[in-house]
Structures are given as structure tokens and as C-alpha cells.
Design a protein around this ligand. Structure first.
Ligand code: KIV
Ligand code: ZN
Length: 525
């Protein structure tokens, strides 16, 4: 039972692996999702929404693997209001000591008339049937009336009342299209608080999208009006403009504790490493000026600010970098750092490597330390991603030679080695070195890709920084994302392209199963 006046604890429900993953280009493999789920548990989130099991066999497998790993938080899966979806969620999450079934149906007039073509009463019936069934399988059931913020208030109150009567233990109010504004949302929550009998017996939750840039502000308005769970994602990733950003909403509650008089259980010193982990896995890097985790969030360039900071940091700094896990010097390791220091830093960054992977990553670290004077967290993350990708064949890059000139087409020769130590090479020309290298890779592997996007990001600082390339490509009508890193950007691009080619070849060798949520056909929500 929620006693709003005395319950100051806000539950953090992380949906990076479900709503976040729905963002174009943010699909993740099972291994990547497990890594993020572990980092989220170290961050101490209350609930992890691990996926939408009915969407594809790959999604089911990832939710199940996360639940079976039992990292600690409640593991939740999303279902539409039908028996098959609910059974799939239950089968996927039941391995977790604490698990939740989350059912949803749209309630706004726009969705009723144009998407569902269902009358108001039918929607209530469907929600009640689904919640009743879910409660027979699980004590912890969340219900969401999708597009709640555009639903008639009196009908919304009717739906929420019926959901609570049917046994929902959490009722979540989504601003699905990021349409509401704080004062209006405050009004909506107060309306529900005073028109829904039993609302104080359940956990009221909020789920905001960021289409008008107000997801965090709207979520804060909701908790001031009585919501006690916030649904959010790391780096605010999610469909379109994304979801409420976990790091922003948590730091707002912490930094303005005297104003909100609320708290979360989040270990805020894990925010920055978790943000880095999610951006290096998804290839979606927060803008430099992004609050809390952007590169400039704690940088003070202007002379007047620097002067103030030197006198007293509170003149211009409302949070300390170390509160969000940003070490004052992010220069972490150097040429003389030992294996122990390297392994500790890898763990702090949220990666778990076995002995074999640690050895390989440490060898790569030593090679890079010979080329590059200073090594930063970004370099270590990039090394690990490379080792991870390279450890999944069939092909590995043995060498790459590129010729470019201002008045000749570029030429590239790639040499690959396969799992049986067989070596194959090809030479191809192209408008530029990347195009030439990609063509040569296609000739050796036999996998033809259409390049849709090529993004280059510097993994750390300085001219000798590692280049991190994310490619988005198409093959046989499906979209794939691959990452690669190197001090040489053509090599980084080739590694990213080869990573995707390997995934496609592995799927073909397995007879179609990709083991990757990214590559599977998806049911749409
Ligand atoms: O935005 C939304 O409405 C959702 C629901 C499924 C909770 O993601
Ligand atoms: Zn959503």
C-alpha cells in the first residue's frame, strides 16, 4: 500500500532494454543485453524491463537469459492484452526470484478509433481479462493504458479503476507520444488520485517520451503529484526523441532533495560508467552538452567560470563529477599499468570478461599503449568491444592495405583468416578507401551489404585517439548495426562491416537463428 505522504522512495523502472531498444539502430545482441542488465543491477535500479518476449524468439531468449541470471532487480516483460503474449512473458521471466508481467492496451480516442477499432467497453474488458490472467501467473502485475495523456480523463479513471479491481499492483501512466506538459500532467495525476478508489493501494507509475523535450520535467511533475515509480532509460534512448533519461531524473531528485523530499535507491556513482556502456554498445553517443553524462557536462571553459570554480566549486557546479562516477581525471591507465589494474578498471566499467577474454584484451591494451601515450576509459571500452566482436568468427581481419590519392580511385586489399586458419584475400577499388575495403570484404566473405549509415566517433581524446565506427547496413531486407574500433578509421570501418558479415554468416550456418534480437523479425507494438 502506498502512503504517499510518508513514502518518499521513488522506484526506478529501467526500460533501456525494451523501450530503449525500440529506437532505430539500438537493437542489441543477447550478450550485450546481459551486460547492460548486469550494469543496471549494479546501478541498483528497482525494475529492469528486459524486453517484449512475444516480439521475436530472440527477444524471448534475451528476457529469459536476463531473468535466469537473477542479478537482483525485479525482471519484467511486456505483453499485449492477449493470452499468448502473457504466457510468453511468464515463461521468460519466471526464472527470476522477483518477476513482473506488464500488460498494456491503448485507451485514447485516436488509438481506439484508428488503431484498435475497439469501443471503450471492449478495451476495459480486454484489460481486465489480461490482468486477471496475468495475476493467476504472477503476484506482480503492471498495467499501462497506452497514450494515457491523450485519453479522456473520466474514461482513463474508469480504466484505471477496473485495472486495480482486476488485480494490477502497479498502474503506469504513459505519455506515449511526448505530448503533455508538466502542469497538465500534474492535473491528470491529481484527477486520478481523487477519482480512482484504491489508487493508494497500488504503485502509481509514470512513463514519458521526449518528443517535446519534456520527458524529465513531466516525470518530475508526476512524482510531485503522487507517482512513486519512474520509467526511464539510460541516456534517454528510445523511439523517436527517446524516453525520460534515467540519469537526469535521478540526479534532479538527488540534487534538489530539499525541494522534492524524495529519494531513489540508485548508486549515482555508476551513472557515468553505465551511460558509457550503453553508448558503446548501441553506437548512440549522447551529445556533448547532454545533462549529467555529456562530455561537457562538467567542463568549465569560460574564464569567469574557471575563476569562480577555483575560488569555490559551488559557484558554478551544482553536482560533483564524482557523484555521477566521473573521475576528476579520466586518464586512467598507461603503458606501465599492470594486468591487475587493467582488470579492475574493466570491471568498474561494467564489463565481465573471462580469463581468455581478459588475456586478449590485455594484449590489445599493451599494443595500444605502445602506440598511444595516454589511455582513457573510452580506449578500454573500445578494446573490449573489439575483442568481443573479433571473438565471434567465422572471419577475422588479418591485414588491410589501402592506397588513396587525390586523382585516382582508392584501392584496398583485405586478408581474412577463418576459424580453420585458412587465409583468403581480395583486392577491390572504390570511390574512397572505405568503399574499396568494403567491396574487398564482400568478395572474400560472399556477403553483400548496402551501407546506410557510417558514423565515426572518437573513443577518447587527442589526435591519436581510437576511432569508433558504427555502421548501419542492409542485407536481404533486414537492417544490421556493427561496431569497430582502431586508430585507423578505415580499419575501424572494416571491422564494423566484418562484424555484421560474421553475424549474417553465423545465422546462415545455424539455419536462420540469429541469437540476436537485432536481426530477428519483430512483431510491432
Ligand atoms: O510509451 C508507451 O506507451 C509504452 C507502453 C507500452 C508502456 O511504452
Ligand atoms: Zn514508451
Amino acid at each position: 500500500m502506498t502512503d504517499i505522504a510518508s513514502d518518499r522512495q521513488i522506484r526506478i523502472f529501467d526500460t533501456t532494454l525494451r523501450d530503449g531498444e525500440q529506437a532505430p539502430g539500438c537493437s542489441m545482441t543477447l550478450r550485450e543485453k546481459l551486460r547492460i542488465a548486469k550494469a543496471l543491477s549494479e546501478l541498483n535500479v528497482d525494475v529492469i524491463e528486459a524486453g517484449f518476449p512475444a516480439a521475436s524468439p530472440g527477444d524471448f531468449e534475451s528476457v529469459k537469459a536476463i531473468a535466469d541470471a537473477n542479478f537482483g532487480p525485479i525482471i519484467c516483460g511486456l505483453a499485449r492484452c492477449n493470452a499468448s503474449d502473457i504466457e510468453k512473458v511468464h515463461a521468460a521471466v519466471k526464472g527470476a526470484n522477483r518477476h513482473r508481467i506488464h500488460v498494456f492496451v491503448a485507451t485514447s480516442k485516436i488509438h481506439r478509433d484508428h488503431k484498435l477499432k475497439m469501443a471503450k467497453e471492449e478495451i476495459i474488458k480486454s484489460a481486465v481479462g489480461a490482468i486477471t490472467m496475468a495475476r493467476e501467473l504472477c503476484d506482480d502485475v503492471e498495467f499501462s493504458p497506452e497514450d494515457a495523456s491523450r485519453t479522456e480523463l473520466s474514461y482513463l479513471a474508469e480504466v484505471v479503476t477496473a485495472a486495480i479491481e482486476a488485480g494490477a499492483t502497479t498502474v503506469n501512466i504513459p505519455d506515449t507520444v511526448g505530448y503533455t506538459v508538466p502542469a497538465e500532467f500534474d492535473n491528470l495525476f491529481h484527477y486520478l488520485m481523487s477519482h480512482v478508489p484504491g489508487i493508494k493501494d497500488i504503485t502509481l507509475s509514470v512513463h514519458c517520451h521526449n518528443d517535446l523535450g519534456m520527458a524529465v520535467a513531466n516525470s518530475l511533475a508526476a512524482v510531485q503529484a503522487g507517482a512513486r515509480q519512474i520509467e526511464c532509460t539510460i541516456n534517454g534512448i528510445g523511439e523517436r526523441a527517446g524516453n525520460c533519461s534515467l540519469e537526469e531524473v535521478v540526479m534532479a531528485i538527488k540534487t534538489r532533495a530539499e525541494f522534492f523530499a524524495l529519494e531513489t535507491g540508485i548508486d549515482t556513482t555508476r551513472l557515468y560508467p553505465t551511460s558509457r556502456l550503453v553508448s558503446s554498445i548501441t553506437g548512440m553517443h549522447p551529445p556533448r552538452n547532454k545533462a549529467i553524462v555529456g562530455e561537457n557536462a562538467f567542463a568549465h571553459e569560460a574564464g569567469i567560470h574557471q575563476h569562480g570554480m577555483l575560488q569555490h566549486s559551488s559557484t558554478y557546479e551544482i553536482m560533483r563529477p564524482e557523484d555521477v562516477g566521473l573521475s576528476s581525471s579520466s586518464l586512467v591507465l598507461g603503458k606501465h599499468s599492470g594486468r591487475h589494474a587493467f582488470r579492475d578498471r574493466v570491471q568498474e566499467l561494467g564489463f565481465e570478461l573471462d580469463e581468455f577474454e581478459t588475456n586478449r584484451a590485455f594484449q590489445e591494451f599493451k599494443k595500444l599503449a605502445d602506440k598511444k601515450k595516454d589511455l582513457y576509459d573510452g580506449d578500454i571500452e573500445a578494446i573490449i568491444m573489439n575483442v568481443d566482436n573479433a571473438s565471434s568468427g567465422p572471419w577475422a581481419l588479418q591485414s588491410l592495405e589501402v592506397q588513396t590519392s587525390t586523382d585516382q580511385p582508392a584501392k584496398a586489399t583485405v586478408t581474412l583468416i577463418d576459424e580453420n586458419a585458412e587465409v583468403a584475400s581480395a583486392t577491390a577499388g572504390g570511390d574512397g578507401p572505405i568503399a574499396a575495403a568494403f567491396q574487398a570484404l564482400e568478395q572474400v566473405t560472399g556477403v553483400v551489404l548496402t551501407l546506410k549509415n557510417f558514423e565515426l566517433h572518437s573513443a577518447s581524446r587527442g589526435e591519436d585517439a581510437l576511432g569508433e565506427v558504427t555502421v548501419t547496413v542492409e542485407h536481404d531486407g533486414s537492417s544490421y548495426r556493427g561496431n569497430g574500433t582502431s586508430v585507423d578509421i578505415v580499419e575501424a570501418g572494416s571491422r564494423a562491416c566484418l562484424e555484421v558479415m560474421n553475424r549474417i554468416l553465423r545465422r546462415k550456418n545455424r539455419g536462420g537463428d540469429t541469437n540476436s534480437a537485432a536481426d530477428a523479425e519483430r512483431a510491432t507494438i
